[in-house]
Ligand binder design. Structure first.
Ligand code: BES
Ligand code: MN
Ligand code: MN
Length: 455
């Protein structure tokens, strides 16, 4: 039986099995879901075994387990290491979902659920593609699976695992589906990802919440101060004002900027989709450049004081914010965190105390376009979409990609199938049924071309 007819005749089951995974609320950030995250790992292991993988194990770490499995058909053939993550972002605010986040529902050809696209729907394509190749005797490479449960919280235990398992994880390429394409008729491959530096800040004024009339005007209000400090982090051109912030930013060549400018992009549609009258970003750069090749600084959350019903006249003792900085090649996450900390402390008035606590980070990456893995992915997408994919830059971060290169000296190819409009990390996350099956069809083509090109 051909791979295509195998996929066609197992369509309903391939969807139902994905739904089983999507029903497990594997939220890694919230310890209330610890049992579910573990349950999800067990379920992934079971699916891998059923698909034909051998030596399937839950590799224990200091955090959530990594699911490993493999199929070595011939040591002389090339080996593909598939990476993905079974953990998901929190679903809150739940009231904004049109259907419950952990009750997958198909509407207008899209699967709605937390994790539908990021990344359960995408890594599960590999499990089903693998099953397909096994059942149709068409597996042309050795395959190793490494599906982790801490990607959404910074993959902090994965580095150690890779360092301690170099031989076991040895591969000729790392294949990841955790990014997107430009449109369903415009395939693309991300050749860059941004890095990340994530910090939490705490500003303390008086040692206790005060009456805002009795003390207001005389004692620093930490929320007012925090807002002033945050506002000063960008200038009128939306440049970041932290001294040294841009020092290591790699200048992008005129040719590379030209090719970014040729990427099909409709600003009007972009604005319409987000219901905004205008975009806002760094002066001198296009929207595609602002998310692809430029670093950023964003407040992800800010809180403090009274936010309950009605009004309480209070001058709060503390204010907090969570701040992320997206980094581009050659910036370093640790260095940027340090620069932020020094600068943020230096701009605080004497009337408050400031504490900066670093969270996780990750390094930016650029992957080559003249490599055998890129060529294989390109040919695979040409086979199934009928057009050659465009090289793009992803704005998000997958910290493990730089780590893989450092610890395993192995290059990654980012063959994702999501869309920017899939609402990952947002309410009503979804993934196209088209995209799910397009992925399942394209992956065996990658294996085919990768084996051929390695001959
Ligand atoms: N799959 C995303 C990253 C992504 C999405 C890259 C779209 C390119 C295009 C991943 O799961 C993710 O969300 N990563 C986090 C980083 C992590 C350290 C929390 C991110 O980018 O915020
Ligand atoms: Mn992801
Ligand atoms: Mn994510």
């Amino acid at each position: 039986m051909s791979t295509l007819s195998y996929i066609e005749s197992n369509r309903e089951r391939f969807l139902e099995e994905l739904f089983q995974l999507l029903r497990i609320p594997s939220i890694s950030a919230d310890s209330a879901f610890a049992g579910d995250v573990r349950k999800c790992a067990e379920s992934v292991a079971e699916f891998l075994t059923k698909a034909g993988a051998e030596n399937v194990v839950l590799e224990e770490t200091a955090g959530y387990p990594i699911v490993y499995g493999e199929k070595i058909i011939d040591p002389s053939l090339p080996t593909v290491l598939v990476y993905g993550h079974y953990d998901v972002q929190p679903s809150v605010p739940n009231e904004l979902w049109h259907t419950p986040p952990f009750e997958p529902t198909i509407k207008d050809g899209k699967i709605y659920a937390r994790g539908a696209c990021d990344d359960k729907g995408q890594f599960f394509m590999h499990v089903k593609a693998f099953e397909t190749m096994m059942q149709t005797q068409s597996l042309t490479c050795n395959v190793k699976f490494m599906i982790e449960g801490e990607e959404e919280v910074g993959s902090s235990n994965l580095g150690t695992y890779c360092r301690n398992n170099k031989e076991k994880l040895k591969a000729d390429v790392i294949l990841i589906s955790d990014t997107g394409i430009l449109a369903n008729d415009i395939p693309s491959i991300d050749v860059g990802l941004r890095g990340l530096s994530y910090v939490e800040v705490e500003v303390t004024g008086p040692n206790i919440d005060l009456h805002s009339g009795v003390y207001g005007g005389a004692v620093a209000n930490p929320i007012n101060v925090l807002c002033t400090m945050i506002a000063s982090l960008h200038d009128e051109n939306r440049h970041i004002t932290i001294p040294g912030f841009y020092d290591d930013v790699l200048e992008v060549s005129v040719e590379d900027r030209d090719s970014l400018a040729r990427i099909p992009f409709d600003l009007e549609e972009y604005k319409k989709h987000l219901d905004i009258d205008d975009v806002l970003g760094e002066k001198g750069f296009s929207t595609i450049e602002r998310t692809g090749i430029r670093p950023t600084l964003d407040v992800n959350g800010i809180w403090g004081g009274y936010i309950g019903e009605g009004a309480k006249t209070v001058l709060p003792s503390k204010a907090f914010a969570k701040i992320s900085m997206r980094l581009v090649p050659n910036q370093s996450s640790d260095k940027i965190t340090e620069l932020f900390q020094k600068h943020f402390e230096s701009i605080a008035p004497a009337s408050v105390k400031v504490k900066v606590s670093p969270h996780h980070g990750g390094e930016p990456v650029l992957t080559p376009t003249n490599s055998v893995p890129f060529k294989a992915a390109s040919l695979a997408m040409l086979d199934t979409f009928g057009v050659e994919p465009i090289a793009t830059r992803g704005g998000g971060s997958i910290p493990i990609v730089a780590l893989f290169e450092k610890e395993l000296q192995t290059k990654t190819v980012l063959m994702g199938f999501g869309l920017d409009t899939d609402a990952i990390h947002s309410p009503n996350e979804h993934y196209g049924v088209f995209n799910y099956f397009k992925g399942i069809e394209t992956i065996p083509r990658f294996f085919h071309h990768f084996a051929e090109l390695n001959k």
